[in-house]
Design a protein. Structure first.
Length: 132
């Protein structure tokens, strides 16, 4: 089994699209003609992020169903460094955390971006791919 896609419902549709395309490196692609605005964003030829315009306003004090975060794994030091460069160039703030090793898994590093209220994007790579 593998993750097919994640759907993010947001009132900040264009901001989210720009982040995932300009910073993350996904590609906007074909999307069925749904009755609500949105985008399908692709990685390696597959639509992995579905962005949908929020049509119902959020209610204060009421928790809404949400995805806590979406995580992207970067497999090389070059990918990690390129991502950090794009985050810096776009002036996107992020926080890092280290995941201790757990056999057989090596130590990893995570970078978290708060894209919008209730929407967090995580990027993770092996610790040896980073240069702090």
């Amino acid at each position: 089994m593998q993750l097919d896609h994640a759907t993010i419902v947001t009132a900040e549709l264009d901001t989210a699209r720009r982040f995932f395309v300009d910073v993350v490196g996904l590609v906007e692609g074909a999307r069925p003609p749904f009755s609500v605005d949105g985008y399908w964003l692709y990685a390696n030829g597959r639509p992995v992020i579905h962005l949908i315009e929020a049509t119902v306003p959020a209610e204060v004090g009421r928790a809404a169903p949400r995805i806590d975060h979406i995580a992207f794994r970067l497999e090389s030091a070059a990918e990690w460094q390129a991502l950090l460069a794009r985050l810096h160039a776009a002036d996107v703030e992020y926080q890092t955390a280290q995941v201790p090793p757990r056999w057989p898994q090596q130590a990893e590093v995570q970078a978290f971006v708060a894209l919008a209220p209730g929407v967090v994007v995580e990027f993770v790579t092996a610790l040896h791919h980073t240069h702090f």
